[in-house]
Design a binder for this molecule. Structure first.
Ligand code: PMP
Length: 424
């Protein structure tokens, strides 16, 4: 499939050209989507938890393990040099995917969570003191709350919160006063994993920079669904996980501006990140190795590179446009169900519909749908403060990817009507 570039519509979305997304062909690439599940065709509506992995990505990792594998950045053997080349090519793919200025700005981590912990521990310990403030948004995932709380506790710093309205949009009117002279960093989710809200990160970053405050963007739920350009956003740090991007688990990325990363101390110590070690003193190599102690997730990094190739083959703008229409269709269909309330009605949303059903616990909804072959997530989605703000203990969440169809949405609606019948 070739990338299909076209101009955007009045909402900024690229309209889908007929045949731009051949979903039947795409679905044929996904073994799990074609495996019977509870005796039925699986309807996978849980891509926000983890994306499914297409055969070319599985094949690439399989090939690496069978024919190319050894450790990287070690030794002069041809095998090691070639494995290192494949590993570094994957880093370069991530650089291109995010439009980072240099592959030295791409640090491999285990995922979004580890990337945020790296920044909180390395940048945070070097820069946050007693009385300082860390500003987070009201819709953060626990991964962008807990590492900052741990740092704040250690340092005697304070966590402050950008509020949101009932629709699930950040209230930015008072941003200028929320960013105080004590604000050291802002942590901001790009797309909410619960509400689907697309936050105006570029505008927030511009306001933060006007006050000299850096911003970390949690892109776990944005990169699978829209083109991201870290230079255009002017993000200081941008993090994501491979497994939400049709890649494997165990690999993720910290993008950081070179000037910031260069000043940060290493976080993990060990092999691969040193220039010299003696009993008296250890010196470190430069970026990106300084932050990559020990043997990295080589197979997974190469798999993530293959996943990026796969998505770019379809065209990320095509994916965004297709999913946007699917989300509109799902919202329309779900809104027709009596007693169903959508949690998160922001004007700009991506890929996620959370909802509650009158008098029926989301866990019951999730379990009954599961028996019908419809995979959704039910619970607090690692965002308990969002649940509290929205006044619900939990939601059922359907999340979409480029391999989902309107038929999947219809199956969800049918399943929900069945749940209502059982509890009716
Ligand atoms: N942030 C967001 C917005 C997420 O959706 C997730 C995964 N649910 C994470 C962070 C954490 O990602 P991981 O578990 O891959 O580290």
């Amino acid at each position: 499939m070739s990338e299909n570039k076209s101009s955007t519509d009045e909402h900024g979305w690229t309209p889908i050209k007929d045949g731009a997304l051949d979903v039947a062909a795409i679905r044929a690439d996904f073994p799990l989507l074609n495996t019977p599940f509870h005796g039925k065709q699986m309807v996978y509506l849980d891509s926000a938890v983890s994306g499914q992995v297409p055969q070319p990505v599985i094949d690439r990792m399989d090939h690496y393990q069978r024919f190319e594998h050894t450790n990287v950045h070690r030794g002069v053997s041809t095998l090691s040099q070639e494995a290192t080349d494949r590993f570094e090519e994957a880093r370069e793919k991530v650089r291109g995917f995010l439009n980072a200025a240099s592959s030295k700005e791409i640090i491999w981590t285990r995922g979004t969570t580890e990337a945020i912990n790296l920044v909180a521990q390395s940048w945070g310990r070097a820069n946050v003191q007693a009385g300082d403030e860390i500003l987070l948004s009201a819709m953060e995932h626990h991964a962008n709350i807990v590492p900052w709380q741990m740092l704040a506790q250690e340092r005697g710093a304070k966590i402050c919160v950008i509020p949101m309205n009932d629709a699930g949009e950040l209230i930015l009117d008072d941003l200028d006063t929320l960013i105080t002279p004590r604000t050291k960093i802002i942590g901001l989710i790009h797309v909410s994993n619960v509400l689907g809200t697309i936050n105006p990160v570029k505008e927030i970053i511009a306001k933060a920079h006007a006050k000299g405050v850096p911003v970390l963007v949690d892109g776990a739920q944005s990169v699978p669904h829209m083109t991201v350009d870290v230079q255009d956003l002017d993000a200081d740090f941008f993090v994501f996980s491979g497994h939400k991007l049709s890649g494997p688990t165990g690999i993720g990325v910290l993008y950081g501006k070179k000037a910031l990363l260069e000043k940060m101390p290493p976080w993990h110590g060990g092999g691969s990140m040193i220039l010299s070690v003696s009993w008296e003193k250890t010196t470190y190599i430069g970026l990106p190795g300084k932050f990559e102690a020990g043997t990295p997730a080589i197979t997974q990094a190469i798999g993530l590179g293959a996943a990026i190739d796969y998505l770019q083959g379809i065209g990320v703008d095509n994916i965004a446009a297709y999913e946007h229409e699917l989300l509109n269709y799902a919202t329309e269909q779900l809104s027709k169900i009596e007693g169903l309330r959508i949690i998160g009605n922001a004007r700009k949303k991506a890929s996620v519909v959370s909802f509650v059903l009158d008098g029926i616990h989301p866990h019951d909804v999730g379990s009954i749908l599961d028996h019908d072959g419809v995979v959704v997530r039910a619970g607090h989605h690692c965002a308990q403060p969002v649940m509290k703000r929205m006044g619900v203990p939990a939601t059922t969440r359907a999340s979409f990817a480029y391999y989902n169809t309107r038929e999947d949405v219809d199956a969800l609606v049918g399943g929900i009507l069945k749940v209502k019948g059982i509890f009716g």
